[in-house]
Design a protein around this ligand. Structure first.
Ligand SMILES: Nc1nc2c(c(=O)[nH]1)N[C@H]1C(S)=C(S)[C@@H](COP(=O)(O)OP(=O)(O)OC[C@H]3O[C@@H](n4cnc5c(=O)[nH]c(N)nc54)[C@H](O)[C@@H]3O)O[C@H]1N2
Ligand SMILES: Nc1nc2c(c(=O)[nH]1)N[C@H]1C(S)=C(S)[C@@H](COP(=O)(O)OP(=O)(O)OC[C@H]3O[C@@H](n4cnc5c(=O)[nH]c(N)nc54)[C@H](O)[C@@H]3O)O[C@H]1N2
Ligand code: SF4
Ligand SMILES: [Mo]
Length: 729
């Protein structure tokens, strides 16, 4: 009989699939004992390094270490912080921080289980020469299409800008992408097509002016916690909250309508809402006439989807669909927030098209408290995308294929640019697998954990002839590298960062990098020079000045202004512009100035449950951990709060497996299998499983399906077929 913890969960034991890798890399390594609470020495005003809410923080620093974090009065947080902002800064001082460049020892085969012992320390000079020589060799031998780079949404705007410039002008191709591809790529595809811009229309704080708030496929209490507090405050003030999610999340407790619909069926549900709005005469005809195009086709499509027909697909009864549609359409001001539950599907673009159509047909956009807000995830994913860290667009979203756009950047950068759009994240790894991409530069991303179908991804990374990784730790991706460059963490650098509200803010260096770890900006420039680029930026400020010149949307934001005001929201076209939190007020930035309706038909996921794999696996996040766990599993408080891999399921499904919460279960899909502790969650529907992807010992992405949305090229992280068995009783 296994020992039980006081809360009834089984006490820890080893998992059947436990491997040496993470333990050898010391993920579970003990922290040194906490020193006595030090006396405050100085304070540094900066930001939280984690999510797109962009909370402002004051760090108190002593002996080159952060000792506390407190919320500042920033526009997004007004002093509030969540557990990660308050306690999650200590990863920067974790004993496993890389302090010297590393080079793979000769003859050591590449494996995610490689450890420090498989590398040797090198001088910066040697490591940088080796990194650049490998890239140059491939470039000269195989041509520019054989190289690719993944930049970082955790780094600053300036780092993202230089990274894409390095790939475009040093490697010579547009094979540059980052985690936005795994995130809101489909939302952005739909937004660009529908309203000409991928940015949010209004800040989160606008919930204050909304009387209806829709949250669909997002779990802000967990993933945008401070934003969730503003939503809850709005409900207290009287706003109506509608939550649509196959899992009953914490926010649902505050909702007037909590629609726990069948996963994957958003298009059916949203088309039925449009149907009701049309047939009940709740459309905003003046708005449709003056500001949109393409309504007729959309209307015809929606009229075919009755609430009764949709109910059979999405599991929400027709009357509830009607009530929710009326509530949204009749609101004085209604705002839609969405997240990965909408975007991470092979029909993610269709999902987002439907949301855009709802806003356009009711005129719920372009005023305070109305609009569309795809909640941005990483602290700087908005900024990294704006800066051009995407394969088909240059900074500020000009298409690389557009001659006029390209020639503007050719003039600015003094080189010829490739007119061919580059490959996206998953396409790059596929090309690596096929031997077409031979060399890669990865800065501040951990694709060996965050990409779908990890067996395939890791094999692709391992097959590269030359992989340069620039990170804080020997991550699973760095373990596959030929050379690892130890970089600066958030707290060690000064740069600008753009949050989900399009607000640009300054993160300031609070501490110095450990050992010989260097600034990302320095490393980028050293590599660039070795690739023949004549770069000599004195610091972030100088890079930002170049960006301002290249990007009209931030032309009015000078560094001095950022320093003085602390936060400026773009578009900000000149020094007199106060910044524009609410956009699309008079026209949309499309060619015609009008918003465009694009009809969508319900299509099921690429892989649906069957007799062999009868469950639906949904992957996502937990409050305390960040993505692949690289940072938060090295943060003492956060890892103590959520130390173990788990899979959540309905209590009745658990009972049917003959399991109790805390038992180990084996979870298997057509691509892989993992073992983790079972947790009971009555918020999940029967037949659905939820797993976070932060635990290397039970990496959820060994299981996920790499099938892509055709427009956004985003993989279907939110849906695949799985089976589950109880492994320990
Ligand atoms: N603590 C923490 N916070 C984070 C992150 C983190 O790793 N940890 N990551 C950040 C990043 S980069 C991002 S992108 C955001 C993501 O933030 P969210 O979008 O909130 O993230 P998820 O938990 O992946 O998924 C959201 C919801 O989608 C629902 N869902 C699943 N399938 C479907 C479906 O078919 N339809 C609909 N409508 N919903 C579905 C899930 O039940 C889940 O509640 O979080 C950011 N914040
Ligand atoms: N199954 C499943 N998979 C998913 C998702 C999902 O919902 N389900 N969501 C997807 C989404 S939305 C996202 S955004 C991606 C995220 O995927 P990734 O971006 O790959 O994940 P992170 O763990 O945030 O990786 C950040 C890396 O940067 C390093 N780092 C942090 N700060 C710095 C710095 O200042 N400089 C440098 N050089 N390195 C730094 C960290 O140590 C870490 O290794 O995951 C995707 N994968
Ligand atoms: S809400 Fe996001 S930005 Fe704010 S403290 Fe939490 S993780 Fe950091
Ligand atoms: Mo994300």
């Amino acid at each position: 009989m296994r020992r039980r913890l006081p809360d009834g969960r089984a006490a820890p034991c080893t998992t059947p699939f436990e491997k040496g890798g993470d333990a050898a890399r010391g993920l579970g390594a003990r922290f040194p004992p906490r020193p006595p609470f030090p006396k405050e020495e100085r304070q540094v005003d900066s930001l939280c390094p984690y999510c797109g809410v962009g909370c402002q923080i004051t760090y108190r620093v002593r002996d080159n270490a952060i000792v506390t974090a407190e919320g500042r009065d920033g526009p997004a947080n007004h002093g509030r912080l969540c557990v990660k902002g308050r306690y999650g800064y200590d990863y920067a001082r974790h004993p496993q921080r890389l302090q010297k460049p590393l080079m793979r020892k000769p003859g050591v085969a590449k494996s995610v289980d490689n450890t420090l012992a498989d590398f040797r320390e090198a001088s910066w000079m040697e490591a940088l020469d080796f990194a650049a020589d490998g890239l140059k060799r491939i470039l000269q031998r195989d041509g520019k299409q054989a190289l690719a780079g993944f930049g970082s949404a955790k780094g600053s705007n300036e780092e993202a800008y230089l990274f894409q410039k390095l790939v475009r002008t040093g490697f010579g191709s547009n094979n540059v992408d980052h985690c936005t591809r795994l995130c809101h790529a489909s939302s952005v595809a739909a937004l660009l097509e529908g309203i000409g811009s991928g940015a949010v229309s209004n800040p989160v704080a606008d919930v204050e002016h909304a009387d209806v708030i829709v949250v669909i496929g997002a779990n802000p209490t967990v993933n945008h916690p401070v934003a969730a507090t503003w939503m809850k405050n709005a409900v207290k003030r009287g706003a109506t909250l509608i939550v649509m999610d196959p899992r009953r999340t914490e926010l649902a407790r505050h909702a007037r309508y909590a629609l726990q619909f069948k996963p994957d069926s958003d298009v059916a549900l949203l088309n039925a809402m449009a149907h009701v709005i049309i047939t009940e005469g709740l459309t905003n005809d003046a708005f449709i006439d003056e500001r949109t195009e393409g309504f007729a086709d959309f209307r015809e499509n929606a009229l075919r989807v009755t609430p009764e027909a949709a109910a059979a697909v999405c599991g929400i009864d027709a009357e509830t669909i009607r009530a929710v549609a009326r509530t949204y359409a009749q609101a004085r001001a209604a705002m839609i927030f969405w997240g990965m539950g909408v975007s991470q599907h092979t029909h993610g673009t269709d999902n987002a098209r439907c949301l855009i159509a709802l806003a356009l047909m009711t005129g719920q956009i372009g005023r305070p408290g109305t609009g569309l807000h795809p909640l941005r995830g990483q602290n700087n994913v908005q900024g990294a995308s704006d800066a051009g860290l995407i394969p088909m667009m240059l900074p500020d979203y000009g298409r690389v294929a557009d001659d006029a756009v390209r020639s503007r950047f050719e003039k600015l950068w003094g080189v010829q640019l490739d007119p061919k759009p580059g490959l996206t994240v998953v396409e790059i790894l596929d090309a690596a697998h096929r031997g077409e991409i031979r060399g890669m530069y990865v800065m501040g991303e951990n694709p060996a954990m965050s990409d779908p179908d990890l067996a395939h991804t890791r094999a692709g990374l391992a097959s590269l002839e030359h992989l340069v990784v620039q990170d804080l730790f020997l991550t699973e991706t760095a373990a596959l590298a030929d050379v690892v460059l130890p970089a600066s963490s958030f707290a060690e650098k000064t740069g600008s960062f753009t949050n989900t509200d399009r607000t640009v803010q300054i993160g300031r260096a609070a501490i110095a990098p450990p050992g010989e770890a260097r600034q990302d900006l320095w490393i980028l420039q050293e590599l660039a020079r070795r690739l023949g680029l004549d770069w000599n930026y004195a610091g972030s400020q100088e890079v930002f000045e170049e960006m301002r010149g290249a990007m009209p949307s931030i032309a009015g934001i000078s560094w001095a202004r950022l320093e003085k005001e602390g936060a400026v929201t773009y578009p900000c076209v000149d020094a007199a512009d106060a910044g524009q939190p609410v956009i699309f007020t008079e026209r949309f930035p499309t060619a015609s100035g009008r918003g465009r309706f694009v009809p969508a038909q319900f299509r099921p996921a690429a892989e649906v449950p069957d007799a062999d794999f009868p469950f639906v696996l949904i992957t996502g996040r937990v409050l305390e951990h960040w993505h692949t766990g690289a940072m938060t599993r090295r943060s003492a408080v956060l890892d103590a709060l959520e130390p173990e891999a788990h899979v959540d399921m309905h209590p009745a499904d658990l009972a049917e497996l003959n399991c109790v919460a805390g038992d180990f279960v084996v979870l298997e899909t057509r691509r892989g299998k993992v073992s983790a502790r079972a947790r009971a969650d009555a918020g999940l529907a029967r037949g659905t499983l939820f797993m976070p992807f932060c635990y290397v010992e039970a990496a959820a992405n060994l299981l996920t399906n790499p099938a892509l949305d055709p427009f956004g090229k985003i993989p279907e992280f939110k849906y695949c077929a799985a089976r589950i068995t109880c492994s320990v009783r």
